[in-house]
Design a protein around this ligand. Sequence first.
Ligand code: KG4
Ligand code: ZN
Length: 341
Amino acid sequence: MKILGIETSCDETALAIVEKKGQDFLVRKDLVYSQILIHKKYGGIVPEVAARAHVEKMPELLKRLGTKTNKDIDAIAVVNGPGLITSLRVGLELAKTLSFLWQKPLIAVNHIEAHIIANWLSKSNIKKIKFPALALVVSGGHTELILMKKIGDYKKIGQTLDDAAGEAFDKVAKIFELGYPGGPIIAKWAERGRADAIEFPRPLLNKNNFDFSFSGLKTAVLYEARKNKSKMKNKKYIADVCASFQEAAVDTLVGKTIKAGKKHEIKTIMLAGGVSANKWLRKEMALAIKKFLPKVNFVMPEIKYTGDNAAMVAAAGAYHAVKKDFIDWRKIDADPNLSLG
Ligand code: KG4
Ligand code: ZN
């Protein structure tokens, strides 16, 4: 079974063709056009600009996909939410048009589910994933702990009460005018800093729930910077702030995940979303699982599938296609606030 995946929920325009062969996924085509260079000058994503860039870039990506695509695929999977409404609509209009034109069934995919399913794109992960599983979804818009009984059965057991983890990285980078997106830039600076240089808060870490809060942590960084205006361009100081902030954010993510893992007696923990590219998070999570939950398997998406891409959308679509979970092209609609579980 071959699925065409379409992703335009935020600032990546992406198309992919993924083949499901037995348990495994073979990524046949994987095209991602990142709009980072366009949004960089604004210091963040401008929704209207993002939607327009999707419209402008999509014809070229379709061309690169190849003229035989219509004969090659069995179904079309498109993200219908959550995301920016005008951006989502571009992908949906393309999906509806192709579904009608090529007479192929259409599948609506939740962007968060697609991030989770990105873990199945690595053959070595598939063997390790056992249920119930726990997914820590960390992206620019979401920070959620999702309990999975199986693929398609999701329960949200924790989420951020304010900013998402990625958003906090982006905002801290903005305070120091380090560039956009902040996540990879902060991670780079942090490599040269001391994580114990500044004591930042670990919000909600000791609360008896699985919710997160990153707005207080970001504000603590802002106050720290205001107190030390003269050091704002000092490289050593910036590196120390970045390392200390990253450690506080990662401590919270790891701490809550371990707590949830213990309570729900899960068999596998997985990471998902843009922030799961963070090396410190990957390393600290692996260490904590080994120490506190030694019987639990740990999997992560390959770095290239941590951010937004269409291969994860096509793979999620393949699972829906097996269950014939199709939607008429006349009925599909964008839902910017779509949630999972
Ligand atoms: O999943 P994603 O590509 O888009 C959304 O669905 O939001 O996530 C983007 C987020 C951004 O906030 C970005 O700064 C963050 O992921 N990010 C990182 C790293 N790479 C990307 N955060 C921390 N460390 C990284 N290495
Ligand atoms: Zn995403």
